[in-house]
Design a protein around this ligand. Structure first.
Ligand SMILES: CC(C)(COP(=O)(O)OP(=O)(O)OC[C@H]1O[C@@H](n2cnc3c(N)ncnc32)[C@H](O)[C@@H]1OP(=O)(O)O)[C@@H](O)C(=O)NCCC(=O)NCCS
Length: 209
């Protein structure tokens, strides 16, 4: 069987959330924002050491990698749909990505997600939970995956709270699964299955009502 081409990280459609979050494909024009966000202390703490130059950032976030990875810029604000993100139009505030493990394999049941909000004033305002839920809806309902996983560091209690609220459950602790800032750290391996999504989605709808 021929090896399928690895897709470019920004070569995909945008995802529109129900309220004031839109996820659009990353482009070269986003690199200065990405470099700034990745150097933010909160992002560095839980996302690892930042790239040192625009070129390094481009290689890490725009070059097709070993695994297929689709990257989105999170836009938040007034998207003209009555959301609560604030007036004056939408702005880019962070990045979210998903990957799938087996390129070209027809049994593509599994997807993994990573996220960061790079603009400090956009954290703690509901953007993260809305983005995660929007991504889950897309992966389960449009991509037809069976399981979505995420692996925050054990110390990242805010991220863990957000993922649990979105419907993820703890599968287990992966000991020394990451090496960050000169030390090994444990991570939570969390997942949500396709048959758990309807209840998680209902909680989302109830909270919005
Ligand atoms: C983690 C992150 C994506 C969450 O997004 P966010 O927009 O800040 O989060 P939200 O505003 O949607 O929700 C924050 C929730 O966490 C809760 N929270 C805040 N600090 C917390 C803490 N230290 N421990 C537990 N919960 C916390 C808030 O009360 C809120 O919950 P509630 O709405 O149920 O009251 C974002 O903060 C971020 O990018 N942080 C830096 C990088 C990072 O950690 N990325 C994740 C790597 S796995």
């Amino acid at each position: 069987m021929p090896t399928p081409a690895i897709p470019a990280p920004g070569d995909h459609e945008p995802i529109t959330g129900p309220l004031d979050v839109r996820l659009r494909p990353i482009t070269e024009a986003d690199l200065p924002d990405m470099l700034r966000w990745l150097a933010d202390p909160e992002v560095v703490r839980f996302y690892g050491s930042p790239p040192e130059s625009l070129e390094e950032c481009r290689q890490q976030y725009l070059e097709p990698g070993v695994n297929p990875c689709w990257r989105f810029i999170i836009e938040w604000g007034d998207l003209g749909r009555g959301g609560g993100g604030g007036a004056g139009g939408a702005r880019s505030v962070g990045e979210v990505q998903y990957w799938r493990r087996y390129p070209g394999d027809e049994y593509l049941w599994d997807a993994g997600v990573d996220i960061f909000i790079g603009e400090p004033d956009a954290r703690g305002r509901g953007v993260g939970i809305e983005t995660v839920r929007t991504m889950l809806r897309y992966l389960f309902e449009e991509k037809g995956v069976h399981r979505v996983t995420i692996d925050p560091e054990v110390a990242n209690t805010r991220a863990i709270h957000v993922y649990e609220r979105a419907g993820f459950r703890l599968d287990g602790v992966l000991r020394h699964h990451a090496f960050e800032h000169g030390e090994y750290v444990d991570t939570h391996f969390m997942s949500i299955l396709e048959d758990e999504w309807p209840a998680a989605k209902q909680r989302w709808l109830d909270e919005r009502a």
